[in-house]
Design a protein around this ligand. Sequence first.
Ligand SMILES: Cc1cc2nc3c(=O)[nH]c(=O)nc-3n(C[C@H](O)[C@H](O)[C@H](O)COP(=O)(O)OP(=O)(O)OC[C@H]3O[C@@H](n4cnc5c(N)ncnc54)[C@H](O)[C@@H]3O)c2cc1C
Length: 534
Amino acid sequence: MPQSPDITSDFLVIGGGIAGLSFALKAAAIGSVAVLAKAGSADANTSYAQGGIASVWSVDDSFESHVEDTLRAGAGLCNRAAVEAIVRDGPEVVRELIRLGTRFTRVTEGNEHEYDLGREGGHSHRRVLHAQDLTGQEIMRALWEAVRTTPNIRFYDEHLAIDLLIENRSRPDARCWGSYALDRRSGAIRKFRARFTLLATGGAGKVYLYTTNPDIASGDGVAMAYRAGVPIGNMEFYQFHPTCLYHPEAKSFLISEALRGEGAILKLPGGEPFMKRYSPDAELAPRDIVARAIDSEMKRLGLDCVYLDLSHRGADFIRRRFPNIYTRCASLGIDITREPIPVVPAAHYMCGGVVTDLSARTALPGLYAAGEVAMTGLHGANRLASNSLLEAAVMARRAFIDVAERMAARSAAAPPSFPDWNPGRAIRSDERVLVTQSWDEIRRLMWNYVGIVRTDRRLERARRRLALLREEIHSYYWDHLIDSDLVELRNLVVVAELIVRSAIYRKSSRGLHYNLDHLESDDERWLHDTIIRD
Ligand SMILES: Cc1cc2nc3c(=O)[nH]c(=O)nc-3n(C[C@H](O)[C@H](O)[C@H](O)COP(=O)(O)OP(=O)(O)OC[C@H]3O[C@@H](n4cnc5c(N)ncnc54)[C@H](O)[C@@H]3O)c2cc1C
């Protein structure tokens, strides 16, 4: 297997979404930055965000209100200090995004200097800044224009981080100094050495059969950190988006929460609304309640999908407010100004992840984590809509403040040398079917046994199947020369097991974790995080 010379920089950023790029732009002011992205520059969850970024912006709103809404959604498991810190930093990071050139949608009637604030489920005020329904794309455009003109940043696309470079592994003075990464174009494995490493690899939606996430979301950061002995928290809380477009030609197309915020109604095939039966907030109930309601109606009536109807808001409004969704649906023959949209729930957001403090530090010195890969305590047992872009931008900024202090205090030496990647006796794989079959099995069993509604028996079944798959994948991994599918598969099974172990551990229902055998939330015994460490 070819090796290439080491790349050495002050900062290594693994991931090129909002968390990684926000951090890289700041860090470039004080040192050299290498950014790795395992696919192209736009292949990130961030590019897909539609609804927007939540932040206290209008004079009618308050930090207290945003904090309370976040705590309510989190069902008792949010860390109040994290919620307050992240909510209070919100307006500043939004201003930074605007200074970078992000063009959020403005109010056109009345005052064109004011930003249009969307309202989403679980928020008691309008506080979601958005760029029509293409917020993520617009943020990425602005970040990218800045990255391109920043000389201290080198971007390595098609570079897949495999495992962290750790000095003195298993000893109390263990430290992270970067990562091995596979150059997917040449097949070479390179060492990226750095004083500080930021994991910003996003979520893990690909662990489920149906997901709103793009293909990059295989939980690599969580798996790498776990193998490095870093604590991983609250993996049982996986958020399912209630409304993904149901159409044979549409792969993972999200129908934004903002439609329900603007009055869209969920209906059965006969046109009967049903959300009032599940929550007094009806369509504006938090996502987990809406997803479970849809799941329950689909199972009760044997439906393939339900319908989301916004047609009563009029064609002009719909085309102006939701141009992306309107156009995508129209391309599939669905005119959302006149007819309801067929929708199903799909895996959407990982509330748990690599445990960090409020400076984005993990338990492993030298290693930071920000964005969806991290667990800061903001989301607790359930994420409030549009709080994730906020968290990613805020925590990237906080990580930077911490590393800047350390750089100024010269507390990080230059990285030591590490051995080249050792392929051992590995041979080229000639049976791809073994990899694709394991991928399919994991995703399907996670969907069927560890989805929106869980039971002890299904979880136990998933645990046994995954243990077997892990053994097979492990031996296949070490016997064969690695490629990106194999690296991702090895990570996927780790993440799946972490979700299942956490779900089995929590013998109560709370937030996104709903187990029919333990419906009570039992605050006395279960008001704590689930933390797993290798
Ligand atoms: C359809 C959709 C709609 C959403 N809408 C909203 C919304 O309206 N508001 C909101 O707040 N949130 C929303 N979210 C969630 C939000 O977009 C994400 O949580 C957020 O963008 C995550 O940002 P990130 O920087 O952590 O990761 P990402 O943007 O996912 O970036 C991850 C990066 O890591 C790279 N990477 C991954 N693994 C590796 C590896 N092994 N080696 C090298 N690189 C790697 C990827 O290539 C990518 O560049 C939405 C998500 C989806 C999928």
